[in-house]
Design a protein around this ligand. Structure first.
Ligand code: UDP
Length: 388
């Protein structure tokens, strides 16, 4: 975009160029948000992360249109005194830093709780320095639906009042303490409460985002290619990995859990609206998801298998899926959210945002990316003789 074009917000007011501190800019969401901001706005980004691989293409010097509008700081927020200074220099802090892969919640609960709660210094610094904060939480704070506790054949299970998740009325329902899966959700819930309290008692200007399964290119990693061989990423990357290797897709506990998936590029539009409309976004918690893209994990596996056959030109396996128990796949202490349908009333009313991309279309563009990016590397890795 021509940085000189005057941008207008939803209330018809001009948008002043901002300096945005993005903590966790090098991750999946951060990389897409940086791209969007650089391509479509005049805002500056102070990009903070311990990794920069996913934004490498945005950091190359000089030739790019946005040179000078993004600055990378390799900082671990746990122990770096520069953090507060960077917050003071910025108009807005966006905090994306988190451990957010379910495979870690029950196996590395301490890291999960520390990274998501104890290390959340940005909240304190934003509050003390009167700086605006957009904090990324998770739809997982809802935990399980009320409906999941009803008898299997109860007609009430069909009533949206028992499963649609609303920011201002739904309770947060987690399993017992030994189900360490909920360590993440619980840490995230507590930090939401801390931010809310900072708003109420100290006037912190905040927005909380609850992403509902955002997926797309650059999400997580492909084990053994750009991540550890034994690593377990989220479902999109697990299934992509299996498709690339022509292995069966593993369905945890029958693949009966339901999810709604939203395309990362749709979701990023919502975040940009929050950035540029503080009067409409401050003080709010927003679900960001696509209620129209609901599937069971089994249906997702079937759809990804069909899409990948189209994209790669290779026929699908005769039996593309296999059932595994959660204990076998994730280990002790795993538990699951049964169903996640976001209520969209608040984001619609405040920001007029709606998701656009169907599940089929978003899988088509994402698996095209996965195939282009990884197919060769996976073939090479498979053909290497294994050392005994
Ligand atoms: N899942 C699965 N096979 C896999 C990876 C995940 O069946 O190879 C299931 C998992 O048990 C959960 C759903 O897929 O029910 C979504 O998992 P994900 O890791 O993407 O994160 P979540 O939505 O639970 O936060």
């Amino acid at each position: 975009m021509a940085a000189s074009t005057v941008r207008i917000n939803l209330d018809g007011k001009p948008i002043n160029p901002l300096t945005i501190l993005m903590i966790g800019a090098g991750g999946f969401i951060g990389s897409h948000l940086c791209e969007k901001i650089l391509q479509e706005t005049p805002h500056k980004i102070l990009a903070l992360d311990v990794y920069s691989d996913k934004i490498k293409h945005l950091l190359e010097p000089d030739s790019l249109e946005w040179a000078g509008r993004i600055q990378f700081h390799r900082i671990n927020i746990k122990h770096d005194s520069r953090l507060e200074g960077l917050i003071k220099m910025s108009d807005l802090t966006i905090n994306l830093a988190a451990i957010c892969t379910p495979a870690d919640y029950n196996t590395r609960p301490l890291d999960t709780i520390y990274s998501n709660f104890i290390d959340a210094l940005p909240v304190k610094y934003c509050s003390e320095n009167a700086k605006r904060l957009i904090h990324f939480s998770t739809c997982e704070v809802y935990g399980k639906t009320i409906g999941s506790f009803l008898p299997k054949d109860s007609p009430l299970r069909q009533d949206p009042a028992y499963y649609v998740l609303k920011e201002d009325t739904s309770p947060c329902i987690f399993g017992s303490i030994e189900k360490q899966r909920w360590s993440y959700a619980c840490a995230k819930q507590l930090i939401e409460r801390l931010i809310y309290a900072e708003g109420a008692e100290n006037g912190l200007e905040f927005t909380i985002v609850r992403p509902f399964n955002w997926i797309g290119p650059r999400m997580d990693f492909i084990p053994g290619i750009d991540g550890p061989s034994e690593g377990v990423p989220r479902v999109l990357a697990c299934f992509s990995n299996a498709l690339l290797r022509r292995e069966q897709l593993k369905l945890v506990d029958g693949g009966e859990s339901q999810r709604t998936f939203v395309y990362i590029k749709d979701a990023i539009e919502a975040v940009l609206l929050m950035i540029e409309n503080p009067d409409r976004a401050n003080g709010h918690i927003f679900n960001v998801g696509n209620p129209n893209n609901e599937v069971t994990v089994r249906q997702l596996a079937e759809m990804m298998t069909a899409v990948y056959a189209n994209v790669s030109g290779e026929p699908a396996l005769e039996e593309p899926t296999v059932d595994v128990s959660s204990k076998e796949f994730y280990g002790e202490g795993y538990d699951d959210s049964d169903k996640r349908i976001p209520d969209m009333t608040i984001i619609n009313k405040q920001l007029g945002w709606n998701p656009k991309t169907s599940l089929w279309d978003l899988l088509d563009s994402t698996l095209t990316y996965q195939h282009k990016t990884y197919a060769e590397a996976v073939k090479k890795a498979i053909s290497k003789p294994t050392t005994s």
